[in-house]
Each structure stands twice: as structure tokens, then as C-alpha cells.
Design a protein around this ligand. Structure first.
Ligand SMILES: [Zn+2]
Length: 214
């Protein structure tokens, strides 16, 4: 069961990826985790990635794919894996397809967690964070006992810059330009499955289970 998660930033694909990983006993592989592991482990690819990051440059796709291929060659990936955050662009998707092809592998599902921009902007603008202890809340979905005050440590909560509508809109624009074309790419490949991501997260997961077990 090899799965790619698609969806806009804030659509909840990371949460669903974790639920899939837990239920089916396959690893949840995020690019952030792969980068950290390779840099910490001092691998050749990790050092290469770090040299680009230290200069404030984007890590080239071949380096990222190299780390990803190393990761999926590990024993815990033999029954599959769920990729979260990669590929993000058509060239990355093409390189990944090619690299897997050489291994005689292919992805089984690309799951698009579909949420309209307006809902994402509304959801994100309801997030509140405690800068003191790191706890996060949501004014509707996960409210604090006292409005604006952290349950855990009593400090004042803030709306982070990352969650402000103007920041979210910018990220959505990048998503529509670069990542949304992957939906067509995987549709053509015959593995795209869309689920309605505006529902309660357990209902979203139930729809994903139905797709995977069909
Ligand atoms: Zn706190």
C-alpha cells in the first residue's frame, strides 16, 4: 500500500496521513522528517542538503529523491508507506515515478484531501497558539476553557503570523500554481482518489478507509 497525500496546506492531510499510518501499520514519511534524519545522521545526501539550506537555497530535487529512495528501501516500508509533503511539483512527481519504475514499484493511491480555499482560510484564522509552552487551540474546534488564555500554562494566546489570512492566501497561491497540477497528473495515472476534507476528521478518515479497502 503505497500512498501519496495531496491537498492544500491546512487541508489536514498530515493528520490523515498519521491516521493511515497507525491503522495500516505503514510508516508516515514526511520530507521534513527525512531531511532531519539525514542531516542528524550525517549521510552524504544529508550533508549535501544542509549545504544548500545553509545558503538559504532550495534543496535540488535529485537530493530529496535520493533521501526518499533510501528511506523507502528500509525494512519498515516493505508493506508500503504514506508520503506527506512530497512530491510538490510536476517535475518532482515525474522524477519519483521514474525512480520507482526503475525499482519495479509504483504508487497505488494518490489521496486528495479536498478543501476549498475559503474554508482553509477560516479554519486557520481560528487557530490560537501559546508562544510560552507551544500548546495550540482552535476557537471553534478546540477551544480553551477561558477565551484567549492557555489551559496549560495560563499565558495569553496569539494568532501566529503563519495562520493569518494574508499568509495563508499566499501559501494557497503557491499551492494552486505548483502542487494542484499533481491532481491531474495522478488522475491520468489512474490512482487519484478525492475525499471531502471539509467534514469532521473522523468522517474524512472513514472515507479514506473506504477508498483503501475498496
Ligand atoms: Zn501555554
Amino acid at each position: 500500500m503505497k500512498i501519496i497525500m495531496l491537498g492544500a496546506p491546512g487541508a489536514g492531510k498530515g493528520t490523515q496521513a498519521k491516521k493511515i499510518a497507525a491503522k495500516y501499520g505503514i510508516p508516515h514519511i514526511s520530507t521534513g522528517d527525512i531531511f532531519r534524519a539525514n542531516i542528524k545522521g550525517g549521510t552524504e545526501l544529508g550533508m549535501k542538503a544542509k549545504s544548500y539550506m545553509d545558503q538559504g537555497q532550495l534543496v535540488p530535487d535529485d537530493v530529496t529523491i535520493g533521501m526518499l529512495l533510501d528511506r523507502i528501501a528500509e525494512a519498515d516500508c516493505k508493506n508500503g508507506y504514506v508520503l506527506d509533503g512530497f512530491p510538490r511539483t510536476i517535475p518532482q512527481a515525474e522524477s519519483l515515478t521514474e525512480a520507482l519504475d526503475k525499482l519495479g514499484q509504483k504508487m497505488d493511491f494518490a489521496i486528495d484531501v479536498d478543501v476549498p480555499d475559503e474554508s482553509i482560510i477560516n479554519r486557520m484564522s481560528g487557530r490560537r497558539a501559546c508562544l510560552s509552552c507551544g500548546a495550540t487551540y482552535h476557537i471553534v474546534y478546540n477551544p480553551t476553557k477561558v477565551e484567549g488564555v492557555c489551559d496549560a500554562c495560563g499565558q495569553k494566546l496569539v494568532l501566529r503570523d503563519d495562520d493569518k489570512p494574508e499568509t495563508v492566501k499566499k501559501r494557497l497561491t503557491v499551492y494552486h500554481d505548483q502542487t494542484q497540477p499533481l491532481i491531474d497528473y495522478y488522475k491520468k495515472a489512474g490512482i487519484l482518489k478525492s475525499v471531502d476534507g471539509t467534514q469532521d476528521l473522523n468522517k474524512v478518515f472513514a472515507d479514506i478507509e473506504a477508498v483503501l479497502e475498496a
